[in-house]
Design a protein around this ligand. Structure first.
Ligand SMILES: [Zn+2]
Ligand SMILES: [Zn+2]
Length: 356
């Protein structure tokens, strides 16, 4: 499998970000990303999609266009929806979350509930924008780890904010436990719910008296929380083909969420086998007497295997193996020590083990 890494939630000057399309793409190329998806608020721009050559690094990066849609008439503006692969305006249906999801999906898109659970931060960041309309159905998945939500919480007092502005490595911990619990709760209903992780990069500046600081510039954020996609073949040079590869990997949940700044998790695998059947993360595996689940990590980590939200096994190392005769939703979390604490490193999509 090919492991490509990208960011699926970020903002430019087309909404409330601070970088142009090209500046953001260059920052992503410097950070080593393979693709980015622009998701400005309630806006769509034609003609940006395609390969972008970054002259500084000599790297090509694939740019795709999505949007983050919400109802601007709500106060506060909760229910943010990431709509990927939808090349048209969705503002007309933004006020009705179910209609918005149905419309985006009917137009060949994918939908992810953005920063579905948030915690208040410091000062201007005290406002939260969670997902509240949990009665909706038919969406692709959720944004399990949003770097901006996590940072906002980690920098929730003035001393923390000041320290975090100069030591950004301290700004990220892991997906919120309540986000992991909510994901498990949704998975328990029998639906497939794909998890992604993103920067939600804006690269805003803050001033403290004489000090002005761009808190979390784009390049830093693109080295942080990302989504790795597993592809059967290398990403095609032909744009429509590459776009379809990314669409398929996301739709199938052939992906994992990571905090790349700790160390690159490229090559991390979670696979299953039962009789002649094989599965990777996101797949359904039919149980034929028993199944073997395997985790292989490029670096040692605290590996945790969960079934239906409950911890089954925990080990520190590069491998984990588990035999089971039980159907269930199996997923893996990996943590590593970084800047003085255990931080989330890898969160895989589940393997759905079902009775034959
Ligand atoms: Zn948002
Ligand atoms: Zn956003």
């Amino acid at each position: 499998m090919q492991d490509i890494v990208g960011n699926l939630h970020l903002h430019t000057i087309a909404s409330d970000g601070t970088g142009t399309y090209d500046e953001v793409a260059s920052a992503a190329a410097r950070a080593g990303l393979d693709f980015i998806m622009y998701t400005d608020h309630n806006t769509w721009t034609d003609g940006v999609e395609g390969w972008y050559y970054d002259p500084d690094t000599g790297r090509d990066i694939l740019r795709l266009m999505g949007q983050e849609v919400n109802d601007p008439n709500l106060e506060p503006e909760h229910n943010h929806l990431l709509c990927h692969f939808v090349s048209s305006d969705l503002n007309g249906v933004a006020a009705d979350p179910q209609k918005l999801i149905d419309t985006a999906m009917a137009r060949g898109g994918l939908c992810f509930l953005a920063h579905p659970l948030e915690r208040p931060g410091y000062d201007r960041a005290s406002q939260i924008y969670p997902w509240l309309s949990w009665e909706v159905a038919g969406y692709t998945g959720i944004e399990l780890w949003n770097a901006m939500s996590d940072t906002k919480w980690n920098l929730r007092t003035f001393p923390r904010a000041l320290l975090g502005a100069y030591l950004p490595q301290r700004g990220l911990s892991a997906p919120f436990p309540e986000a992991l619990a909510k994901w498990d709760e949704l998975l328990a209903t029998g639906q497939k719910v794909v998890a992604i992780g993103n920067s939600d990069a804006h690269a805003m500046s803050f001033s403290w008296g004489p000090l002005t600081r761009t808190v979390y510039p784009y390049e830093h954020l693109f080295r942080a929380v990302n989504t790795h996609l597993l592809l059967a073949d290398s990403l095609a040079f032909e744009v429509d083909q590459a776009r379809l590869q990314i669409y398929n990997a996301l739709q199938l949940g052939h992906c994992f969420v990571s905090y790349d700044l700790i160390v690159s998790p490229k090559g991390f695998t979670f696979t299953g086998r039962s009789g002649s059947e094989q599965a990777i993360m996101g797949d359904t595996l039919s149980l034929q007497s028993e199944a073997v689940l395997r985790v292989a990590s490029p670096y040692p980590a605290r590996l945790r295997l969960l079934k239906d939200g409950q911890l089954l096994m925990e080990t520190t190392g590069q491998e984990l193996e588990w035999q089971t005769v039980e159907p269930g939703v199996y997923r893996v979390e990996a943590y590593r020590q970084f800047w003085g604490q255990q931080r989330g490193w890898v969160f895989t999509n589940p393997i759905y083990v079902v009775k034959q």
